[in-house]
Design a protein around this ligand. Sequence first.
Ligand code: GLN
Length: 487
Amino acid sequence: MELCDYTIHELHEMMKRREITSRQITESVLSRIDQVESRIRAYITVLREEALEQAGTIDQKLQKGEIPLTPLTGIPIAVKDLICTRGVLTTCAAKILHNFIPPYDATVIARLKQQNIVMVGKTNLDQFGMGSSTENSYYGITRNPWDLSRVPGGSSGGSAAAVIAGEAIGALGTDTGGSIRQPSSFCSTTGLKPTYGRVSRYGLIAYASSLDQIGPIAKDVTDCAILLNAIAGYDPKDSTSVNLPTPDYTRALVPDITGLKIGIPEEYFIAGMDGEVEEKIWEAVRVLEKLGASSEKVSLPHTEYAVAAYYIIAPAEASSNLARYDGVKYGYRADKYTDLIDMYMTTRSQGFTPEVKRRIMLGTYSLSSGYYDAYYLKAQKVRTLIKRDFEEAFKKYDVLIAPVSPTPAFKIGEKTEDPLQMYLSDIFTIPINLAGVTALSIPCGFTRDGLPIGLQIIGKHFGEETILKVAYAFEQNTEHHKKKPPL
Ligand code: GLN
């Protein structure tokens, strides 16, 4: 096993014992990138020189006792290219931001830097987070490390692929309708979408502001908790961040779930769903029952309206958020135009892909007068009903257990011609964002063809400790998270 194959907490222990340096871990990660990146293409930008230099400085400072050795100190981390990093190209995988170098760090980046992480690079995604396969990128398609003919999921596909391939030790992703959990499920990583308001969105380039959250993508539950510890917490720079104390999430990691009440939403087992996925989810439930939990079916009656409501609300917010890309102050500007209006139009028609344009048009339509009440307002009402479904369920159950995605990773190109098919792949993740609650994906097995399957553990608002605890108990009694793709 190479250093790049270890977890954050294992490497931290080795650093504590002074067996290894940050420079050695970073070199191992970079050499893995050299070996596999031409096949996987998880990154838009690799910060080779910068990472080595940072690691060297961190080692020196550690030796002189100038900085503390926190659980993340010296650990190579990858960041989804939707998150602003000062002085480092941040493209959102879009032509329209192909040259954007932010003058500031997102709060999550500032917090990781406080812990002296090594930033390895910026990972690929579906432009602005719009997609479920990382095929919709100006920088090419990321491939699933378990099967290069398949997608890694999306939109944080680059982060999940990088982590499972050892091209980073951990990563940040973002989740608006499933973009942390679905790629985690497809790549066999552990990824957590925090409660809306738990993690600051300052410096996260907005897709759908009422749904977006940043969260960790990691090799196991402990690493997930360590990363969440670093990024969670109140931030006055984000008015939607919640001013509540942040627990130490690693303290929730005790594998005792005796008496835990699990609800299994029946609407999450639909016709047409992959049989092997369903099988693994029930196997996982049985593992948890053996550990002392009890389970019962529950109904979340408004689930069937979630995808429709999401594809009104998210594009509506996107149409407003993306209005700022006009070619004036930053980003791409068309070469040839006749006047100002033509400059806007040409820049935007050249700078956005068909999928982004589709969403801007959908969003503008549903917000326009005459349609606002019929679509946008109606979708917001549905959103309230979905949120209530969850609130009702959590009166009775500690967590809900469901699949992350109805299928394992699909083939590259399989769904690109049919947007509706692509949208439906988020059918089990979208309701969680609409309700604003928290959920994670944890590896729960493989298909006969060797494709990973993720288990979704859903918790109430600010229930991160509970879902981490359940995930930890599951992980400590299974081996799925230890399996690595044949590279
Ligand atoms: N696939 C969903 C979408 O395209 C969710 C993406 C995300 O969570 N960023 O909107």
